[in-house]
Ligand binder design. Structure first.
Ligand SMILES: Nc1nc2c(c(=O)[nH]1)N[C@H]1C(S)=C(S)[C@@H](COP(=O)(O)OP(=O)(O)OC[C@H]3O[C@@H](n4cnc5c(N)ncnc54)[C@H](O)[C@@H]3O)O[C@H]1N2
Ligand code: MOO
Length: 392
């Protein structure tokens, strides 16, 4: 069996990012840009007013101007003003030809078609956005490797970009194995359990912006599972199987993966929960056989699947690891790294009750996984441990 660190390294070494694609800007949130973007226009494309007020050609000695017209935002007719003239103007509107300054309407007095400036601080160029002040045509607007945040998307839209080249989010197939599974909402027959892994996994993936998710149910037989795995490999970048990776007579994941020509990278890690985790690759595709217990599924997802998925899209891992002070004593056997569902607050962490891997009640309340290293048995309150803060 390999260690947690070895498993993480093997996965990291197996991943190359997905091929960049062009997508509409309105679908590009939280993607990483795969190509530089250059501005194609001067933005603003014309000299604009940044205030509601009056446009003038500034003259130091001149305080009173005659009103000759109006420029509203979106005005399509040009207007020219001469020395001593002014035009009413509104925020975002083009400056009339001949104007170089805008006086805020609060800083003038008006009588009929005459305005008088009452702003001792008025200077030439006041309240004018110059053409190209945001960006000039031909200039690098955003570098490859940038994260497309809401502000970045707004900026790009504002300079006229409607499509971007990005590293895509992976397509994910979830294959649920187990004859005992029943859909929530339907009655449970003897021996059945409600299917929950697709709910937790789909939600966790959607939280990361992965929306192309196909969920398949398959019975515990090798032929059906092999067929399904083939199809899932064709249709997706990442396949997540849940259940069927242990040593039971109906655990067919390892055999099905072999039949599909998947290269096994590892099976079994010195950890609890999730000891029988399987990882394989076929070309660039990643296959995780997640041990079926619901808590093992999620623990393995946060520790191994999520970093892999983020890395396919060149995104940073959204699980943040940090040190914390353990608030209680804790005992575990030597030999496996334990991941405990816990609550982290202000540098301190407490393990929850109900750590068994078939239970999710503690996971449902936790905000972190506490990592207790394989070679340590006794933990005492005050010890420093690593915690992984879970994205919620
Ligand atoms: N003799 C041994 N038995 C087991 C070992 C072992 O080393 N030797 N390992 C145990 C560990 S640890 C785990 S974890 C499980 C993993 O087993 P599988 O991956 O084969 O999972 P299943 O047996 O199919 O299911 C386990 C458990 O989870 C329930 N399950 C499965 N899928 C779902 C789902 N979609 N939603 C809700 N619950 C699900 C299933 O009913 C089982 O109760 O093996 C141990 N056994
Ligand atoms: O280690 Mo398995 O994941 O509990 O029960």
């Amino acid at each position: 069996m390999i260690t947690v660190e070895q498993a993480k390294q093997i996965i990291a070494d197996s991943i190359s990012h997905l091929e960049p694609v062009n997508i509409p800007l309105n679908q590009a949130a939280r993607h990483i840009l795969a190509a530089d973007i250059y501005a194609t226009f001067d933005i603003p494309a014309f000299r604009q007013s940044s205030m509601d007020g009056y446009a003038i050609k500034y003259e130091e000695s001149l305080k009173t101007y005659t009103l000759v017209g109006e420029m509203a935002a979106g005005a399509s007719q040009p207007l020219t003003i001469r020395k001593g003239e002014t035009s009413r103007i509104f925020t975002g509107a083009p400056l009339p030809d001949g104007a170089d300054t805008v006086i805020m309407q609060e800083k003038i007095s008006r009588s009929s078609d005459q305005i008088t400036i009452e702003d001792p601080k008025a200077t030439p160029g006041l309240n004018v956005r110059e053409k190209g002040a945001e960006i000039k045509a031909g200039v690098l607007a955003m570098q490859a490797g940038s994260l497309l945040t809401p502000a970045a998307l707004g900026f790009l839209a504002g300079i006229g970009i409607c499509e971007v080249t990005v590293f895509p989010m992976p397509k994910v197939s979830i294959i649920l194995t187990g004859n005992e599974l029943q859909q929530p909402g339907k009655p449970l027959a003897f021996g059945q359990v409600y299917e929950s892994n697709s709910y937790s996994l789909s939600a966790a993936l959607k939280l990361e912006g992965v929306h192309d998710i196909a969920v398949h149910w398959v019975n515990d037989n090798l032929e059906s599972l092999t067929e399904m795995l083939h199809m899932a490999l064709d249709q997706s970048d990442v396949v997540l199987l849940t259940g069927g990776v242990s040593v039971g007579d109906y655990d067919y994941v390892i055999a099905a993966a072999e039949q599909c020509g998947i290269d096994q990278q590892f099976h079994k890690i010195k950890q609890k929960p999730g000891k029988p985790l399987y990882f394989g690759t076929k070309d660039q595709k990643l296959v995780f056989g997640l041990p079926g217990n619901p808590s093992s599924v999620l623990s393995c997802y946060y520790n191994y699947v999520l970093p892999a998925i983020k890395s396919l899209s060149k995104l940073e891992n959204s699980v943040r690891e940090l040190e914390a002070e353990l608030e209680v004593d804790y005992e575990k056997p030597i030999g496996l790294t334990h991941f405990l569902k816990g609550i982290y607050t202000d540098g301190k962490v407490t393990p929850l009750n109900a750590q068994e891997s078939f239970r999710l009640s503690s996971f449902a309340q936790s905000n972190c996984l506490i990592r207790l290293n394989e070679d340590q048995q006794h933990f005492i309150a005050g010890d420093t441990v690593m915690v992984a803060l879970l994205p919620h």
